[in-house]
Design a protein around this ligand. Structure first.
Ligand code: CA
Length: 423
């Protein structure tokens, strides 16, 4: 599971530190070219010291000196991983661009071929864990393009680089320890343990802590190999979803039509309501029919605000968030799964003319809302639940659809009002 999203807040909060780090690197004199006997740069020495110190932690956790030496003995700080760790994307990718890639015609065609090719494996996993085969194939496609992009970094090098310093150290340290336990328990060769730069590995991109707790031997050969055994990877993924509460035979959700007078402030992933209530509110299926009855509550999810498609999502949708905590990821998984089954694509148009706000714009939005007296928590450039609630309140006050979705138009209007108040 990739945990990148969870640490975005951390990266943003450390922007100042990043700037300072850059300045230090620039001020350092360039190494001399004929460096046969020159001592290692201070950065490398400090990293080597970290690797020595971490050995104590590993020994205390039951890692043998042999395992530690084999995994960590000849390790260098990976500069590319360090750079990626500090890189902060200026724009978040809009959800429709993300879906264009995640649910492309090629992804659908490849996934359908695998549904046929791996039908025996999939039938067994589905029967045991109750997770539909299309969901499993879809997670496989979303995580590694069906095993084509599993990441080619040395897992120990990547995790040790992240654990040494920077915004993901708190995440990477337990992962590094878990990677050592994995190696020792499963008798892997360190060189075979490849991962993404963030330490996720295998066909469905597990992280080491999840591997230790939830990976299973799907093909029954006595070993767990998430790199080369598709049965192991898909059974392990099914086990994660099952443990997260996936309910067999229940839908993830479906696209819906909202009435013109819909109270958009009620559309929130975190506030599920009985389906009977949404029926009363005039929410309908895409064919215009009444919503089918359900014994589960559902949330109205608007990935792109009031101008984009709307979905009624059930608890199974939320279990995918436990696999990867981004609603756009869960939507991509569910949409690809539906289209593997031949279900129609999302029918409503995306507001493709909208550009996601830049970090500066998000900061300006938060500042303006704060000036207008709204509680938006920390001004950190991240649009969280408080900022959304503030935008909804502002929208409601101005008789606008209260979807809490940040757009440039909304920013302009809120900033103008804040300016008039003396910002
Ligand atoms: Ca196996």
């Amino acid at each position: 599971m990739r945990l990148i999203v969870l640490f975005l807040a951390y990266i943003l909060s450390l922007a100042v530190m990043v700037a300072a780090y850059g300045a230090t690197a620039r001020d350092r004199p360039a190494p001399r070219p004929s460096a046969a006997m020159v001592p290692a740069p201070p950065e490398d020495q400090a990293f080597a010291q970290f690797v020595r110190d971490f050995r104590t932690t590993a020994m205390a956790a039951g890692i043998t000196p042999e395992t530690y030496a084999a995994a960590m003995g000849k390790l260098f700080r990976n500069q590319r991983v360090a750079d990626l760790n500090l890189n902060q994307p200026e724009f978040a990718k809009p959800v429709w661009s993300y879906l264009d890639t995640a649910v492309s015609p090629q992804r659908i065609a490849d996934g359908r071929a695998l549904l046929i090719g791996d039908a025996d494996i999939l039938a067994k996993i589905e029967a045991k864990y109750g997770v539909p085969r299309e969901i499993l194939i879809s997670i496989w496609g979303n995580e590694s393009n069906y095993g084509r992009s599993m990441g080619g970094y040395n897992m120990f090098e990547a995790l040790a680089t992240l654990a040494y310093d920077g915004p993901r150290a708190d995440y990477a340290r337990p992962q590094l320890l878990a990677a050592l336990k994995m190696m020792q328990r499963e008798k892997y060769a360190a060189a075979d343990m490849t991962s993404s730069w963030a330490g996720a590995f295998g066909q469905t991109q597990f992280v080491p802590t999840t591997f230790l707790n939830e990976a299973v031997d799907g093909d029954g050969d006595g070993k767990i190999d998430l790199w080369s055994s598709v049965a192991d990877a898909l059974a392990s993924t099914a086990n994660v979803l099952s443990n997260a509460g996936w309910k067999a035979g229940k839908p993830w959700g479906y696209e819906v039509l909202l009435p013109k007078d819909f109270a958009y402030e009620e559309a929130d992933l975190d506030t599920p309501q009985p389906v009977a209530k949404w029926r009363k509110r005039g929410v309908r299926t895409m064919l215009g029919d009444a919503l089918p009855p359900s014994d589960e509550p559902g949330s109205i999810y608007l990935p792109a605000g009031a101008r984009g498609p709307a979905f009624l999502v059930f608890p199974n949708f939320k279990t995918i968030l436990k696999y990867n905590n981004a609603a756009s990821y869960a939507l991509a998984v569910c949409e690809l799964a539906d289209q593997l089954k031949g279900a129609p694509a999302i029918a409503s148009a995306w507001p493709r003319d909208e550009q996601p706000l830049t970090r500066d714009e998000r900061l300006a939005l938060q500042n303006s809302l704060a000036v207008l007296g709204y509680d938006i928590g920390k001004v950190d450039g991240l649009i969280g639940s408080k900022a959304r609630a503030a935008m909804r309140a502002w929208q409601k006050k101005h008789d606008l659809p209260a979807d809490g979705f940040a757009t440039e138009n909304l920013l302009t209007r809120i900033a103008m009002e804040a300016k008039a108040k003396g910002l």
